[in-house]
Ligand binder design. Structure first.
Ligand SMILES: *Cc1c(COP(=O)(O)O)cnc(C)c1O
Length: 338
């Protein structure tokens, strides 16, 4: 199957499986797993932070961040469509009594800083205490401009807010901008990165920040059931993901641009090529419908999600030939539905 649903669908490579089976391990809850320790220290260094901690998922890592920045009765500012608000089952509210203050993303994935400043509650007992500002990068495949991050950081500092990045696809953003990842990370107090998206590891995320914050996060991780024992088996894949799979994200971006270009030639679809910045293509249908396209492509060996527009994602396990095949099959769908 050619799977364009997400970059989470990648399978570990043979080399990754070898690294996992050969990993030196210990009990990570005792701090004894040398491979986890190495992954955490190399990630902290790569992102220019004092410390990092391995989490089971990006959801857990973002939740550890919100719980560590905020107390019961606090609130965090977050995008209305942000993963941290919309797709993480309301964890901060459920488990931390921390309320979100969602604000709309602008078309470029930023949040208007004047709107952020407006949303910060006055110091008055009627209100929740606004404590944290969260961004997402990439946001729907779009890369936040560095000048915006600078200004957003200044806004956070001015209002005494913590500043967190959901950097599930931070490395896609860094590769796109052709900057080291710490150029982006440096603007934030904390950030969460995913190993299991475009980097191709089977599982794992890391939360990075100050020693003090990561120490707090370690307690929350334990409470959330994220204290894993011989987790070096997972960390070994993560190390390989960071060492070997960052540079190649460029290929995914080129494949996405290629896919967008080929599909743009079809009268039946509409694509805003300005939104195709990294590994995602959003495909609007002028003819047919997403559910019947999905069913048709499934029978032809291609997996997509439905939606309007339909999000198609490139990754390690789809090559240029697969993209060509997908384009031909999509053409076939329109041919048979004319
Ligand atoms: C995937 C993703 C996460 C984390 O998701 P998990 O499936 O919990 O690892 C967080 N933020 C964004 C933007 C994501 O795409």
């Amino acid at each position: 199957m050619i799977d364009l649903r997400s970059d989470t669908v990648t399978r570990p490579t043979a080399a990754m499986r070898r690294a996992m089976s050969a990993a030196e391990v210990g009990d990570d809850v005792y701090g004894d797993d040398p491979t986890v320790n190495r992954l955490e220290s190399m990630t902290a260094e790569l992102l220019g932070k004092e410390a990092a901690i391995l989490a089971t998922s990006g959801t857990q890592s973002n939740l550890m961040a919100v719980l560590s920045h905020c107390e019961r009765g606090d609130e965090y500012i977050v995008g209305q469509q942000a993963h941290t608000y919309r797709f993480e089952a309301g964890g901060a509210a459920v488990l931390g009594s921390i309320q979100p203050q969602p604000l709309d993303f602008e078309p470029d994935g930023t949040i208007d800083l004047a709107v952020v400043a407006q949303a910060i509650k006055p110091d008055d007992f009627h209100f929740a205490r606004t404590r944290l500002f969260c961004l997402e990068n990439t946001q729907g495949g779009k890369v936040l401009p560095l000048e915006y991050l600078e200004a957003a950081g200044a806004t956070a500092r001015k209002h005494n807010l913590g500043f967190h990045l959901d950097g599930a696809r931070l490395f896609n953003a860094a590769v796109k901008l052709n900057v080291p990842p710490n150029t982006i990370a440096g603007h934030f107090d904390t950030l969460s990165i995913c190993l299991s998206k475009g980097l191709g590891a089977p599982v794992g995320s890391l939360l990075c920040g100050s020693q003090a914050l990561v120490k707090k996060a370690r307690r929350w991780r334990k409470m959330l059931g994220g204290g894993m024992r011989q987790a070096g088996i997972i960390a070994a894949a993560g190390i390989m993901a960071l060492e070997d799979h960052v540079v190649r994200l460029q290929e995914d971006h080129e494949n996405a641009a290629y896919l967008a270009g080929k599909l743009s030639e079809l009268d039946e679809v509409s694509i805003d090529s300005g939104l195709v910045q990294t590994n995602m293509v959003f495909v609007g249908l002028k003819k047919g419908d997403a559910a019947s396209l999905q069913a048709y492509l499934h029978s032809e060996g291609i997996l997509i999600n439905t939606g309007n527009p339909i999000r198609m994602v490139t990754h390690m396990d789809v090559g240029r030939q697969d993209i060509l095949t997908a384009v031909e099959k999509i053409k076939g769908y329109f041919g048979s539905h004319s």
